[in-house]
Design a protein around this ligand. Structure first.
Ligand code: SF4
Length: 76
């Protein structure tokens, strides 16, 4: 009888997410008005991403005229 040796690999997948660069955000609210499904006000008075898929659909980084919305790759 022949035994099969099975190797286990840690396969990591990457996902595209968005985040708000708080240093660049001036709290103008444009992104929240344009894409309320993807962004909301944070406790610090600036915006925050609440749903990256909706931000992607809404235009991603282009939602912010101040380049405060940035795309990041994260491991899932
Ligand atoms: S549009 Fe940009 S600067 Fe304005 S609230 Fe959104 S992230 Fe902040």
């Amino acid at each position: 009888m022949k035994l099969l040796k099975i190797k286990h690999y840690n396969i990591k997948t990457m996902a595209t997410k968005y985040k708000v660069d708080k240093d660049k955000c001036i709290a103008c609210g444009v992104c929240i008005s344009t894409c309320p499904e993807g962004l909301d006000w944070d406790e610090d008075g600036k915006s925050k991403v609440i749903n990256s898929e909706e931000v992607e659909k809404g235009g991603g980084e282009t939602l912010c005229p101040y380049e405060a919305i940035v795309k990041v790759e994260v491991e899932e």
